[in-house]
Design a protein around this ligand. Structure first.
Ligand code: BG6
Length: 474
């Protein structure tokens, strides 16, 4: 089998709120992600249906401790280097740098922490790929300003960006502005710190907040280029094409509409203006975006350099009201695809869907792509310090084959691949530790119990071989 192009970046990805822990160390301030409990209330809180103030003090907040990467990053990055990583994607905890979010000066201890993470990566020749914002919002910005519903957030976010771009100039070349920016419509508290009043139009609030994020993203692109022309900035979409349930034209139209709910964001970030279908959608839904005079120029000037995305599964849509009502899924409701198997958590497994998604995004934007999340969340059978995770290997192998086809057969320009949760971490949707994605097993559960020791799984050695052969030996 032919190998991947020279310079293709292989690696893995994590997010601060799911792996760092150390939530009150180094001067870090509190954030929304510290108040999202595990268990039954998690979705209600994450989706903004339940105010964190209504939670009992019996709740457990797994993000506060996670796998304690705050203290283990040297050991963890050494393991990534042993696997041969050429890139490591991680995110910045905003409240480590600006504990309240609206200060004039950053917290030096927080900056030093990330500097050490970056320097450790560079010492192994690993390129850092930094997500500026992966769901965190400092608590103070939520309480004092209403988080992203407030336009002032653009200023605070830009201050964070300027601090990062300046401090890490020459060390970091790849940046992502917002993780899964489309998640704001589904998990508005978890993804953007939004809470709602009982009588308010939530859709209006979400799209207004999204407009502020899109402005902030565009300004960040311009700023990054200004500070260092070598910076490459990407958007990040929770992707996965929506298939029509049948070839009935109504189903095809429904699939197209569902896809647009996601492309809405990247259309603005990659093309620099709101698409016409979005304007019509706003008219129909009586949504009025408050925009200022130079907003259109800001969006136009701040088009991203590459399109990054997460891919776990495809989806299915139908115009049939009965099937529509049967759609399920913890974040993105979808009709079950009868042709595909599912993971233990009901996420459907569709490697060819990755090739389809890559082609769709490349056709749509004609910009380089980067797969920054993909993987199988599964229970591990940990025996004598080892995990034989053949199902994970099989999942990744098939997805890598699909992306290879997209590059070699379809001509898609793909910069790299970072698997999700390269080391086990807390699940975003469920808060569980037993939903594991890693090549490295961490002895921890979501209640904070465990030695926190790290163990190499079978997939660790498999991925090492994949990277060494540049994707030839799968
Ligand atoms: C993406 C997020 O939605 O999917 C990650 O960017 C998340 O934060 C990942 O962890 C996998 O989802 P989950 O719910 O299995 O952790």
């Amino acid at each position: 089998m032919r190998a991947f192009p020279k310079g293709f970046l292989w690696g893995g990805a994590t997010a601060a709120n799911q792996c760092e822990g150390g939530y009150q160390e180094g001067g870090r301030g509190l954030a929304n992600v510290d108040f999202i409990p595990s268990g039954e209330q998690r979705f209600a809180v994450a989706s903004g249906q339940l105010d964190v103030k209504q939670l009992s003090n019996q709740e457990h907040f797994p993000g506060r401790y996670a796998i304690d990467m705050y203290h283990h990053y040297k050991e963890d990055i050494a393991l990534f280097a042993e696997m041969g990583f050429q890139v490591y994607r991680f995110s910045i905890s905003w409240s480590r740098i600006y504990p309240q979010g609206d200060e004039d000066k950053p917290n030096e201890a927080g900056l030093r922490f990330y500097e050490e993470v970056i320097d450790t990566c560079l010492s192994y020749g690993i390129e850092p790929l930094v997500t500026i914002n992966h769901f965190d919002v400092p608590l103070h910005l939520i309480e004092a300003y209403g988080a992203w519903r407030n336009r002032k957030m653009v200023t605070f976010y830009l201050r964070l960006c300027e601090t990062l771009f300046t401090r890490f100039k020459g060390k970091v070349h790849y940046w992502l502005t917002f993780n899964e920016i489309n998640m704001i419509l589904h998990l508005p508290y978890m993804a953007a710190g939004l809470t709602f009043k009982a009588d308010e139009n939530k859709t209006q609030v979400c799209y207004q907040a999204a407009h502020h994020e899109l402005l902030a993203s565009a300004k960040a692109v311009s700023l990054a280029h200004h500070i260092d022309p070598n910076n490459q900035i990407g958007c990040m979409l929770a992707a996965g094409n929506i298939y029509p349930y049948s070839c009935r034209p109504e189903d095809v139209m429904e699939g197209l509409q569902k896809d647009r709910e996601n492309y809405y964001f990247t259309d603005v970030q990659a093309r620099g203006y709101y698409p016409s279908y979005a304007k019509k959608f706003f008219e129909r839904e009586h949504i009025q975006l408050q925009m200022e005079e130079d907003d259109e120029a800001i969006l136009k000037a701040g088009c991203i350099d590459f399109v990054s995305f997460s891919y776990y599964n495809s989806g299915v849509a139908s115009a049939d009201p009965k099937l529509k009502a049967a759609a399920k899924g913890n974040v993105f409701p979808s009709i079950e695809n009868p042709y595909l198997p599912s993971s233990e958590w009901g996420w459907q497994i569709d490697p060819l869907g990755l090739r389809i998604t890559l082609n769709t995004l490349y056709d749509r934007y004609q910009k380089p792509l980067f797969i920054v999340e993909n993987g199988l969340g599964a229970k591990d059978n940990f025996v004598n310090g080892y995990v034989e995770d053949d199902a994970r290997i099989a999942y990744l192998r098939e997805h890598i084959k699909a992306m290879k086809d997209a590059i070699l057969l379809d001509g898609v320009d793909l910069l790299g691949y970072t698997t999700w949760g390269c080391i086990d971490l807390i699940s975003a949707s469920t808060g569980e530790m037993r939903k594991r994605y890693g090549f490295i097993y961490v002895d921890a559960d979501e209640d904070g119990k465990g030695t926190l020791n790290r163990y190499k799984k079978k997939s660790f050695y498999w991925y090492q071989k994949v990277i060494k052969s540049n994707g030839e030996d799968l």
